[in-house]
Design a protein around this ligand. Structure first.
Ligand code: PMP
Length: 354
């Protein structure tokens, strides 16, 4: 028996997702926070462990954690669904609503990968020259293919920019299916008003087909794998039907409850990362032969003549960035690290470009 002949056609066409573990001294490739927990928070985590019942299954509904998050996002608990990372929520959304799945490109690769694995049609619509939504093109494609799901990452990975709100809302208004605004990087968005940290959350009540995704991965808790979906009670109840019973493990639930119940201990780190991003942007932009793109996220996309050479020479100096040449010609992406890491990166980039 040939095992491969048993595999679904949609799966045969895939290759396994490779999250590469490349040895380096300064890791600026995965949009993580460079800051581990403070020693106070470490103590909180340690203390919470002794009371856990490791022999029992986790709370299948993660009720306490959802209550904590509901307060944080100012929504009802019944408007929140948790995933093992937002990756899992993307998968649940596609399992629930199916395809076609439409998204602008370049964007976060998992929308396409998960749709493909699920055997759903993917429709990719090019962003415009400013990396914003090309409304004309997107509305035409929406009309043509009638997507069940539209994914909009804003701020967008890997370009770093927010899509303009009017364009996102125009899509939400017109699309016949569910429109997912993936706000993984929203905490880093530049201040455009007092409500910027809330992103599209305040608009949920006006758009019944809108879903918002958040994650703890970019604000210092990537190890917990906690993605947060916020939408109408009706959407949450439907997507909840495809969720596996114990998808959020007890350790992640407990640690997140303890760390998020008090004051927002990630706020200081986020502020520093935003400040460093602005410094890095200016310094990268000043390097001869490099074009940097403005960012609302915790990373910066930049373009140069020979990205493969620069990538390899940075790595030789121990600095790991993401090579996106195959996705956006000539581009590399660097995650904002600690001030020391960022300075080391800038200095290395200057030397390589000389
Ligand atoms: N959405 C976007 C736009 C991302 O860039 C990422 C992480 N790279 C995710 C979602 C997935 O995050 P999580 O760790 O919560 O699965």
């Amino acid at each position: 028996m040939e095992i491969r002949s048993l595999v679904l056609r949609s799966v045969k066409a895939l290759s396994a997702y490779e999250a590469k573990n490349i040895p380096c001294r300064i890791k600026l490739d995965a949009n993580e926070s460079p800051y581990n927990l403070s020693s106070e928070d470490m103590d909180i985590v340690r203390n919470s462990l002794s009371s856990l019942e490791f022999n029992r299954y986790p709370d299948p509904q993660a009720r306490k954690l959802r209550a904590v998050l509901a307060r944080r996002y100012k929504v009802k608990q019944s408007q929140i669904l948790l995933g093992n990372g937002s990756d899992e929520l993307i998968s649940m959304l596609i399992a629930c609503f199916g395809g076609p799945v439409l998204y602008p490109v370049p964007t976060f690769s998992m929308y396409g990968i998960i749709a493909k694995a699920a055997g759903r049609r993917q429709v990719e619509v090019k962003l415009d020259n400013d990396f914003d939504i090309d409304t004309g093109r997107m509305l035409a494609d929406i009309k043509r293919v009638n997507p069940k799901l539209v994914f909009l990452s804003s701020p967008n990975n890997p370009t770093g920019n927010c899509f303009s709100s009017e364009r996102v809302l125009g899509i939400a208004k017109t699309a016949p299916g569910v429109v997912v605004v993936d706000e993984a990087y929203q905490p880093f968005a530049r201040s455009l008003g007092s409500n910027v940290r809330r992103g599209f959350l305040p608009l949920l009540k006006d758009y019944r087909n809108m879903v918002i995704l958040r994650t703890l991965s970019k604000v210092g808790l990537a190890s917990l794998r906690l993605g947060i979906m916020i939408a109408s009670e009706e959407i949450i109840a439907e997507v909840n039907k495809v969720r596996l019973p114990f998808n959020i493990n007890t350790l992640s639930q407990e640690v997140a409850i303890k760390l998020l119940s008090g004051k927002d201990s990630s706020a200081k780190a986020v502020k520093l990362i935003v400040k460093e991003r602005e410094r890095m942007f200016e310094e990268i932009a000043e390097v001869d032969g490099v074009v940097a793109f403005p960012s609302d996220a915790n990373f910066i996309l930049f373009k140069l003549e020979d990205p493969n050479m620069v990538y390899n020479r940075l790595l030789k100096k121990g600095i790991l960035v993401r090579n996106l040449d195959k996705v956006i010609k000539g581009c590399l992406r660097v995650t904002v690290g600690t001030p020391q890491e960022n300075s080391a990166f800038i200095e290395a980039l200057r030397m390589v470009m000389k």
